[in-house]
Design a protein around this ligand. Structure first.
Ligand SMILES: [Zn+2]
Length: 568
């Protein structure tokens, strides 16, 4: 491709609406442009990168035994009613009406569509197992699209679904896809953390997330250096950590104290001269339609994703001040568990606390020396806090580190979540009808590019690995008025293309500095530099974007050298 003809608008300045590095660099490097909030166009350079990523994903999915399909993006409502997810997705899904006023959605995911296909076509155990995948545009009406292509409303995803006669068969395929994912991310030049995850809206059991650590990532993960435990910070650890001893005897008498106007933890702790950690916050939530009191230590915050999953609720919302007053009899800031007639759920850490401070459900009043069991009962304990650095590891008691990352892949063991609601059955050897066991496996294909850039960049721009570079090589004749350079550039250009190597020839009549800047910005891995000085010596300079390393090679050996560098 000739740079003079190539549609590649690069920017000198950092775009003001780009919050994170990868977003800034993709806009500056001419890979993407924004059309509307969370909706992006891929320009030729970005589209080339995306194609490289798609090729890797496709090769590894095929190698894992997958077969590629393409399902529709527009789905009828009835299909989603079968799984019960039309309501569940709610406003996160784009809804539309056709001319007959029939409801459809722009599909945010394809469990329903694929289950519908397989249940109609596969009747016998002989047709199983089956691993189908597609690379397709997904639509999600995100409440807060952000970070460029990381959280979008329209994005490219690879989603795969597997169907099995039993759990053992699913485990085999799950492992194969898991391994394929490791290879995909490695080939894209990414260093991934594979963590245990909460299955969320998709439902089902075992689940893993493939995350890339990034400063501005919106996913939070916890890591334990001691035992290697890794998990999404939204994953509850109820399965591995237990409530402590709640039977400690406390003789201090429960007492009311006046706390006029003290509605925050800080005010109360300062007023009573106690640490915030010795207070217990009582928060009133509505889980779907049902009110529930949630207790956590005064110095901690509730992780609403954990709470939602603990309660098995579709939506959870903090109660309004009016609702709180109605339910507790006191204004906001004075809620407490003693005498409260609500379902009561508490974080594990409360179980070890004695003689703590809570609201008294009375205006301007708190209680001191409150104790579980003696003064009130907890219906259920669970892991409900937002994890922070230094929390104990649920597996080994070591110290957890909290990091942010970008989720790139997610694998789920769905069990019979969809085959049951959508009646996807098969006949086994004995002619007995059984439910198919399912797995589903997603990769945010477009997101991979942002993650690679977050991991590989410098102050000059993007650094792309050869595997996903739009062009592995760019030729920079530094002076287009020099006929020698011009002819040589053309020769090298046609020789490289003859070898099947994609190359960008910067044939613009621009100063050398501009050409270098653009080449760095766009992240092309290998620069072939034609400058006066080295040409006089009969040499051509090669510069590597990743290390800055410079090599000088004889003209006659240039093509072989480039081929060698590309194969590395
Ligand atoms: Zn640990």
């Amino acid at each position: 491709m000739r740079r003079s003809e190539f549609f590649l608008p690069t920017l000198k300045e950092i775009p003001s609406d780009a919050e994170v590095l990868s977003h800034q660099m993709m806009v500056r490097g001419g890979l993407i442009r924004r059309l509307a909030s969370g909706i992006y166009s891929y320009l030729p350079l970005g589209w080339r990168v995306l194609h490289k990523v798609i090729k890797i994903v496709r090769e590894e999915m095929d190698a894992a035994g997958g077969q590629e399909v393409l399902l529709p993006a527009i789905h009828p409502k009835e299909l989603w009613d079968e799984s019960g997810r039309w309501e569940l997705y709610g406003e996160d899904m784009f809804h539309l009406l056709d001319r007959r006023k029939k409801s459809f959605c722009l599909a945010p995911t394809h469990e329903e569509a694929i289950t519908n296909l397989v249940r109609s076509e596969v009747r016998s155990y002989r047709g199983l197992p089956l691993l189908l995948y597609q690379i397709q545009t997904k639509f999600r009406d995100e409440p807060r699209p952000r970070f460029g292509i990381v959280r979008c409303r329209e994005f490219l995803m690879k989603d795969a679904y597997s169907f099995h006669r039993d759990e053992n068969s699913l485990q085999e395929t799950y492992k194969k896809v898991y391994n394929a994912y490791e290879k995909i991310f490695k080939r894209c030049g990414l260093d991934c953390e594979i963590v245990e995850a909460d299955p969320g809206l998709i439902g089902g059991g075992l689940s893993h997330e493939f995350m890339v650590l990034a400063h501005n990532g919106e996913d939070v993960l916890v890591l334990c250096k001691k035992c290697g435990y890794k998990a999404n910070a939204d994953k509850r650890t109820d399965d591995i950590c237990q409530a402590g001893n709640t039977k400690k005897k406390q003789s201090k008498e429960l007492k009311e104290v006046k706390t006029p106007g003290m509605t925050t933890i800080e005010q109360v702790s300062e007023f009573l001269k106690v640490e915030p950690s010795t207070l217990v916050k009582t928060l009133i939530y509505f889980a779907d339609e049902n009110p529930v009191a949630v207790l956590i230590p005064g110095d901690r915050e509730v992780n609403e994703a954990k709470l939602k999953s603990k309660l098995g609720a579709t939506t959870i919302n903090l109660a309004s001040p009016q609702q709180i007053e109605k339910l507790t009899g006191a204004p906001v800031g004075f809620s407490g568990p003693v005498g409260l007639k609500l379902k009561m759920i508490a974080d594990y850490s409360i179980s070890g606390m004695v003689s703590f401070v809570t609201g008294a459900n009375k205006n301007d009043t708190h209680l001191i020396n409150v104790n579980i069991d003696r003064d009130f009962k907890i219906d259920e304990f669970g892991d409900l806090k937002i994890a922070i650095d230094g929390d104990p590891c649920p597996k080994c008691g070591g110290t957890l580190e909290v990091k942010t990352g970008i989720e790139l892949g997610h694998t789920f063991n769905l069990g019979t979540r969809y085959s049951e609601s959508m009646k996807a059955t098969f006949l086994d050897e004995n002619g007995k009808e059984k439910l198919m066991v399912m797995g589903c496996y997603g990769i945010g294909v477009s997101r991979i590019i942002a993650a690679v850039i977050e991991q590989h960049n410098d102050e000059n721009g993007i650094i792309l690995p050869i595997s996903i570079a739009p062009f592995p090589v760019t030729i920079l004749p530094l002076n287009m008025n020099d006929e020698n350079q011009k002819t040589l550039a053309e020769d090298i250009y046609s020789d490289l293309r003859f070898e099947g190597i994609e190359v960008l020839l910067d044939d613009r009549n621009e100063p050398a500095g501009v050409k270098f800047k653009d080449a760095d910005l766009t992240g092309i891995p290998i620069k072939v530099i034609l400058g006066e000085k080295s040409l006089k010596e009969g040499k051509i300079e090669i510069q590597l974007r990743s290390t800055g390393e410079k090599l000088k090679v004889e003209k006659s050996k240039l093509i072989d050298e480039v081929k060698r560098l590309i194969k590395v």
